[in-house]
Design a protein around this ligand. Structure first.
Ligand code: MG
Length: 293
């Protein structure tokens, strides 16, 4: 199922996108007690199954024209867990830009960091430049994994049982802030720097692991073009490894890193400017489109 969060008459709620893409079946009209995405995730597989059955019989729905799309998980409960340098060609372009040995060759263990997201940015909403504070603005199209049940010391072969679904995150970064603070957190955590969506697709719609094309375009020009099977550290490995020491609570979001082709990878770099439009697309999930304010 493709799940979305949206505003309808000023109220935030979640629903199931119709296969045709023209309608949404609001959770509140499906005879289940939840209204929001976080409640649906909390309800686990039995609630998800109830929703799945109810949609088959549903006759009440809303046209997409009457809703305003939001990020599928508008206010994540915890910082997003991110992977740095998880595609080899992106590792090479990062070193070219920064001139340091951030990671080529150092790929035996994954690089983890977190990204604060007070409120995720829905498809169609604007990315803020913070009045010039966030210079060297860059885009990073990424597959994001949403955990569906608390994961503690999970074996790799069981990891996908803990995945609720997948969405797209554009891990917007100010390279200037990132560089001057010598750390990822600040430059990636500014308000509006987490475009997410357009929907959250349940895990059952994908192979294990999902092999999906990931692309990004800036003003229509193809910049990133890869597939998730080029990731250095895969989804099962990451869930298993993190959960050896951190209980990954349901609702946890893990952004799996970005392929080559980001702005800092060009010579000279091609950062985002006011008015630019970035489109991130992942097969089977959809198109996440945002413009720079
Ligand atoms: Mg990233």
């Amino acid at each position: 199922m493709k799940l979305i969060t949206y505003q309808y008459r000023g109220i935030e709620e979640a629903g199931v996108l119709a296969r045709s893409g023209d309608f949404v079946y609001p959770l509140r009209m499906l005879g289940v007690s939840c209204r929001k995405m976080s409640e649906l995730i909390d309800g686990g597989s039995s609630l998800l199954e109830k929703v799945r059955m109810a949609v088959k019989e549903a006759d009440r729905r809303l046209p997409l024209a009457e809703i305003q799309l939001e990020a599928p998980i508008p206010e994540p409960r915890q910082d997003i867990i991110c992977l740095g340098i998880n595609y080899r060609e992106h590792a090479e372009e990062s070193v070219r830009f920064k001139g340091d040995a951030l990671s080529i060759g150092k790929t035996e263990y994954a690089t983890y960091f977190s990204k604060r997201v007070n409120r995720a940015t829905g498809s169609g909403a604007l990315i803020d430049t913070h009045g010039g504070f966030a210079e060297e603005l860059d885009y990073e199209a990424e597959l994001a994994v949403v955990i569906g049940k608390d994961a503690c010391r999970v074996a790799e072969e069981d990891a996908f049982d803990y995945v609720f679904g997948y969405t797209i995150i554009n891990d917007i970064t100010s390279r200037a802030v990132q560089t001057r603070h010598n750390q990822w957190f600040f430059g990636k955590s500014l308000d509006s720097f987490a475009p997410m969506g357009p929907c959250l697709v349940t895990e059952d719609e994908f192979t294990r692991p999902p092999i999906l094309r990931v692309t990004s375009r800036v003003n229509g020009e193809l910049r990133q073009n890869s597939t998730t099977d080029f990731m250095i550290h895969g989804i099962a490995e990451v869930i298993s490894e993190l959960s050896q020491g951190i209980t990954l609570k349901k609702g946890t979001i893990i952004a799996m890193g970005t392929p080559a082709g980001v702005g800092m990878g060009f010579q000279p770099p091609r950062f985002l400017r006011s008015g630019d439009t970035v489109v991130c697309e992942i097969e089977g999930i959809g198109i996440l489109e945002n413009s720079v304010k």
